[in-house]
Design a protein around this ligand. Structure first.
Ligand code: OXD
Ligand code: MN
Length: 589
């Protein structure tokens, strides 16, 4: 028999749905989470008792715990992620599709009695600042204490979310069950028309923390189109100049291309008086304000960042974010119980326990931490957190930036000629793949607006929505394309990246303020010689020339290869974008 703690709400729609789901999953207990500190303490104790959490050195990592996932469950699973719209065409060619009735019928038997002997946690949460028109309520039902504790860090959850919801029926219904973590029985299904998510068989963040990729991006992008706003895979940051003026940009990069690093960047020494403030590191919800500008909120309340490569020189602020009250997933640990991952500061320790709990020795050919090992940290730990992060209005966006991981072709920075050309830049974004999703690493794939795995509807309709937004924007942001990953012929990175990206950001903001003119190329505007602030940067003139160069032969190949991608989108492909492609190509022949 199921026992239920007080439900904390009189919302009949919610009570009925929770009862229906509990009747199907048959948990021993249904536990409504209020978000209090006392509740958190109890749940951490439970996670430790069940060995879902392993203790770390409490002096060095106060309030932090280690989680080791099942080794078959370490990343998002795009091939098992479905958009279950009523019409197949509405999911488009870039998504896996299942008919809603087929998906419900397939998953119901898996959920049936799946929580016997377990607790079903009811997690009410808000994506976005409390009291904001931007924000949305979700309820996640999960049998995973790890998921519940992560959701506590990543969202605004508990009683405040129920108060925000009141008695409305307008909430995302998210059902998550860990099952037996069998990849053969793993499904991440989205039902945009029902505002519902059913996730089964994985405990990994992107598959199981339903507020993040599932609601804030896949369902969010669908809601955005229906309601006239945009959900994007973008960081949001504020830049304060020495005069004390702050400007905001939102930037889309594919997974594991350094969004968290960019969002928390420390400007180089030569930029005395410049400050960066983080609003968000992964997702932006964008709306047109009454002033005709684009305004952004970060729907999340924490960071689920990639650990390897994070250190005190690449991202000191992220290191401070994980100083306390954080969860580490699939990292290695030292003999004294401190966390470790490849790319950490200092010497590689002689001996470690690897991400799977096995002894590891320095010099081993295997990685000690999983390449997609993660930290979950509360935003309030961030030393450079923007003071507007809880502002219901959001922040006004001056520039939108698209960036991929490209060893060739794409120059350091390029400004679009106009909105439609900027949309084209986003639509054709290409990037070399990383470990954030399962599959081959290092091949170029098209990742439009860095949303390929996250767009909850037909990408052709999504691009049209982007194009249509222009008519609503009296003061549109300018659109730029950047590439921090260009390599020389020896395969070495040409640009130092990290904090030095501030130099490019400064130019972008000067362009937005109309402070400088630029050089026109066939594919966009680039900085005039001498315009990029290079003081204090050890980069040779040849490297600078190479990293900003546009090779017509490479661009021809690029534009030609975009043809097949555009054709693959099918009948909903906006003609405007194909015309831009043809026009650019014609300039080369
Ligand atoms: C993420 C991702 O975890 O994009 O943010 O994969
Ligand atoms: Mn992401």
């Amino acid at each position: 028999m199921t026992t239920t703690t007080t439900s904390l709400t009189n919302n009949q729609h919610l009570l009925k749905w929770v009862n229906d789901m509990a009747a199907m999953c048959e948990p021993d207990n249904v536990l409504w989470l209020d978000g209090s500190d006392a509740e958190n303490k109890r749940m951490v104790e439970e996670a430790l008792a069940k060995k879902v959490f392993l203790p770390l050195n409490a002096k060095k990592h106060p309030g932090c715990y280690l989680h080791r996932s099942n080794p078959n469950d370490v990343a998002r699973v795009e091939h098992l992620t479905f958009i279950c719209s009523r019409n197949k065409e509405d999911a488009g060619t870039t998504n896996h599709w299942m008919a809603p009735e087929e998906a419900y019928a397939k998953l119901k038997p898996l959920y049936k009695a799946s929580m016997k002997g377990r607790t079903m946690y009811v997690i009410p949460y808000v994506m976005g600042p409390l009291g904001s028109v931007h924000s949305k309520v979700g309820i996640e039902l999960t049998d995973s204490v790890y998921v519940a504790l992560n959701m506590r860090l990543m969202t605004r959850m508990g009683k405040a979310a129920l108060e925000f919801l009141g008695d409305k029926n307008d909430f995302n219904r998210g059902l998550h069950c860990t099952g037996d973590v069998n990849p053969e029985r793993r499904y991440i299904c989205h039902f945009p028309e029902d505002n519902t998510i059913w996730s089964f068989g994985s405990g990994y963040g992107g598959n199981a923390l339903l507020g993040k990729k599932c609601l804030a991006l896949r369902i969010g992008s669908y809601l955005g189109r229906t309601e006239g706003w945009m959900a994007e895979h973008m960081l949001i940051l504020g830049v304060e100049n020495p005069k004390g003026e702050t400007f905001y940009v939102a930037a889309a990069f594919p997974s594991a291309c350094g969004k968290t690093n960019f969002a928390m960047m420390v400007p180089p020494k030569a930029f005395a008086g410049w400050k960066i403030y983080t609003v968000g590191d992964d997702i932006a919800w964008l709306r047109v304000g009454e002033d005709g500008r684009l305004w952004a909120v970060n729907p999340e309340n924490g960071y689920f960042g990639v650990a390897p490569g994070t250190n005190y020189s690449t991202n000191p602020n992220a290191m401070h974010c994980v100083d306390k009250d954080s969860i580490f997933t699939n990292v290695a640990v030292t003999e004294d119980g401190t966390v470790w991952w490849e790319g950490m500061d200092g010497e590689v320790p002689e001996a470690l326990t690897d991400w799977q709990g096995r002894p590891w020795k320095k010099g081993s050919t295997e990685k000690a931490a999983h390449p997609n090992s993660r930290f979950t940290a509360p935003a309030k730990n961030n030393p450079v957190l923007s003071k507007h992060v809880d502002d219901p209005k959001g922040v006004p966006i001056s520039a939108l930036i698209f960036g991929g991981r490209r060893s060739n072709t794409a120059p350091l920075v390029l400004e679009s000629f106009n909105w439609a050309h900027g949309v084209f830049m986003g639509a054709t974004l290409g990037s070399e793949t990383t470990a954030a999703a399962t599959g081959q690493v290092g091949v170029v794939r098209r990742d439009p607006m860095a949303m390929l795995p996250f767009c909850g509807y037909n990408v052709g309709d999504y691009w049209q929505h982007w194009l249509d937004m222009q008519s609503k924007l009296k003061n549109p942001p300018r659109i730029f394309q950047v590439n921090w990953f260009r390599k020389n012929t020896d395969g070495k990175f040409l640009w130092p990246g990290y904090g030095e990206n501030m130099r490019v950001l400064k130019w972008i903001l000067e362009r937005c303020q109309g402070k400088c003119d630029a050089t026109e190329t066939l594919f966009g505007w680039v900085p005039k010689e001498g315009q990029l602030e290079l003081e204090g940067l050890a980069i040779s003139p040849e490297a600078m020339r190479e990293v900003t160069s546009i090779c017509l032969k490479e661009w021809k190949t690029e534009l030609e290869s975009q043809k097949a991608f555009f054709e693959s989108i099918g009948p909903r492909m906006p003609k405007t974008l194909e015309l831009i492609r043809q026009q650019l190509l014609s300039l080369l022949s």
